[in-house]
Design a protein around this ligand. Sequence first.
Ligand code: ZN
Length: 246
Amino acid sequence: MALRSKKLKPLLFPIILAILFIGVVAFGIRADSPGTDTTEPRQEQSSHKTKHAKEKPAFDKSRYSIDEADSIWVVVNKSRPLNPITYAPNDLMSAGNGQLMRRAAVAALQEMFKAAATEGLNLQPLSGYRSYDTQQTVYSREVATYGQAVADTQSAKPGHSEHQTGLGIDIGGGGCGIEDCFGNTAEGKWVATNGHTYGFIIRYPEGKEAVTGYRYEPWHLRYVGKALAAEMKRTNTVTLEEFFSL
Ligand SMILES: [Zn+2]
């Protein structure tokens, strides 16, 4: 037995080499031939690229009006009064705490407050919709207390207030109400970070006084809808005036 296997060994080596050679040549032909599985990933790649391009259409900035009082994108500021100036929304609902907002804004606010509550944060609606007449009273009181120059940095003339749209709300939490301290509470920070997910923006951000005409108000939220809030976040544009180039 030992003698026979010694004689076979020199023969086995070239046979193994020949088998390996045939295998390599056969694999090479298979890899090059069309219709085999190696072409499928290439097709998948190209179709994936096409699909990705279709998923990202350009954001349509004219989808909703920024001029009509009942549009969720309406832009109201010192130089853009509501039209009509005594506008009142027709779908006001309770936002809690005796405050009113428009239907879509209430739904979004409740969704946001619920999400905050799951993280142990307690947010409260403090001042929602104000009619033209109510805003007249608020503004006159501010002027009487602080003088017109100061009043104009923190209170809107009637017909020029976001609160009259039914889409604006002042909130509080973390032991702070409508005050600067709200921005430093866990609640205020959470809202600044997550508000856009629910369709809200901090309407008067820090450092944008020259753009909005108002000082930083971490408590004043404006509902603009999830699509616009997400696009403003994506493009890192913090004011409506800048986003719509006003
Ligand atoms: Zn406000």
